[in-house]
Design a binder for this molecule. Structure first.
Ligand SMILES: [Zn+2]
Length: 451
């Protein structure tokens, strides 16, 4: 064979035996992994291009299970607000988005995600201004340019202020328009084939911004089309009050009553859950996107990740939209997940290896891709991160997994997505980082200038 061999690094496979190979190797041919094992590299791989991974930790690429890429252009606003206050300040700004602004924001956001070890990301886009053009198509274009595996969801809101919802009326759409546009997005973009770089999901925004009918019809459309369902749930205590007042049920019970729990559904945040709600989510096979930074940034609370994991819930990590997650670092979320679990539940609440597992295999399960990504095993897609741990911030930490999780985000020596190089020596090679930064700066200024 030809291909690439990463040799001499500490390989964290996350295979079923959870094998680790200090000084091991990973071989890639085309878009897939062919071998992973302890060193030295076997003679049969002599013809492959060698990448010297000594001093590095080799992990599966990280999987981001919740994001709003457009928010890259509105970072740093409402810096000290609650979720509802933050939303109320930002909705009118977001109403001015268009496809060019979204493309600039998404390209910068995706390039930064790649630099934080992310190889697969979802996006939840729920704002479709009337004269905004093809904003969903803009995110798809950005992901193709940066080279990440992409799971965009066609989001929606149909419950404006005049109908008792939180968003102003001019950022919501009507039910029929949403369903037609969602069907169109699936037909234009969804690729169900093995190794797919793009899968669409359906994602009404949250219980306080969408109608009961939209939730019901969205679930039907998604299931008829064989795509996954996503929404925000139980992010804040305010939402509990809202759901009890408007629907007479708590958030998880409300979703369940609409057929909205199941193995094809994943929920962002899931912070405010009692034991009964954890049981409903676990029993239905529903996944959770845990977004620790955003929950802390907005003071929403700490997700009960330990309880969810113990109940058997698939849990992945998400950076959440950059307007409530200015760091937007996926490896940072691995660190946050471990620290927050311990802050809430004591020193044994989450090991460093469990935290990496949430960011990789856990995310793959949440997106329904665990057969293809999330671990370093023969036959899986070559989505691989190579973290440099022999420089100033990490040198001397004996356990490379502890160095990755408890130390600062390390330089990324190499990031492969389907065998293709996206980051090399801590620089994005698919798009020009500086140009992406400049476009994002101009997009932020444009949105601010039109206030
Ligand atoms: Zn969100």
């Amino acid at each position: 064979m030809t291909g690439i061999v990463l040799s001499g690094g500490h390989v964290l496979t996350l295979n079923p035996q959870r094998d680790e190979y200090p000084g091991g190797y990973v071989a890639v041919d085309g878009s897939r992994i062919t071998e992973a094992g302890p060193g030295p590299v076997p003679d049969r791989l002599a013809a492959a291009r060698r990448v010297d991974a000594r001093g590095c930790l080799v992990t599966p690429g990280l999987v981001n299970t919740h994001h709003h890429l457009y928010q890259w252009a509105t970072r740093g606003r409402a810096a000290d607000a609650t979720l509802f206050g933050w939303l109320t300040e930002l909705y009118p700004v977001w109403a001015r988005l268009d496809a060019d602004l979204v493309h600039a924001a998404a390209t910068a956001g995706l390039a930064w995600l790649a630099k934080s070890g992310c190889t697969t990301t979802m996006d939840h886009h729920y704002l479709f201004p009337r004269r905004g053009g093809d904003v969903l198509g803009a995110t798809v274009q950005s992901a193709a340019e940066v080279g990440l595996r992409f799971h965009p969801t066609r989001g929606s809101m149909d419950l404006g202020e005049s109908s008792g919802g939180l968003p102003p009326d001019d950022v919501v759409e009507d039910l029929d328009a949403i369903l037609a546009a969602t069907q169109d997005a699936i037909e234009r973009f969804h690729d169900p084939s093995p190794g797919s770089m793009l899968r669409i999901g359906v994602a009404p925004c949250s219980p306080f911004s969408v109608s009961r009918e939209l939730l019901t019809e969205s679930a039907k459309l998604a299931r008829d089309s064989g795509v996954r369902l996503h929404t925000h749930l139980a992010e804040t205590a305010d939402e509990d009050d809202y759901c009890l007042e408007h629907f007479g049920r708590k958030p998880a019970e409300y979703l369940e009553s609409l057929g909205w729990l199941g193995p094809d559904v994943w929920l962002a945040h899931a912070v405010h859950l009692d034991d009964e709600a954890v049981g409903r989510i676990a029993g239905s096979g529903t996944g959770v996107a845990h977004c620790p930074y955003s929950n802390a940034r907005l003071g929403s609370g700490i997700c009960r990740a330990r309880a969810l994991l113990d109940a058997g819930v698939p849990v992945g990590l998400g950076v959440d939209g950059a307007a409530s997650s200015e760091a937007s670092s996926l490896i940072g979320e691995v660190t946050n997940a471990a620290l927050f679990a311990r802050a809430a539940g004591g020193p044994r609440a989450m090991t460093v290896r469990e935290a990496v597992e949430l960011g990789t295999l856990g995310g793959a399960r949440v997106l329904g891709r665990e057969a293809e990504i999330g671990s370093l095993e023969p036959g899986k897609l070559a989505d691989i991160a190579l973290w440099r741990l022999d420089t100033l911030p990490h040198a001397g930490i004996a356990d490379p997994v502890a160095a990755l999780v408890l130390g600062p985000p390390p330089p990324l020596e190499l990031l492969l997505v389907g065998g293709r190089t996206v980051v090399e020596r801590d620089r994005v090679v698919t798009v020009d980082e500086q140009r992406a930064a400049e476009s994002a700066r101009r997009a932020s200024l444009a949105l601010a200038g039109r206030d």
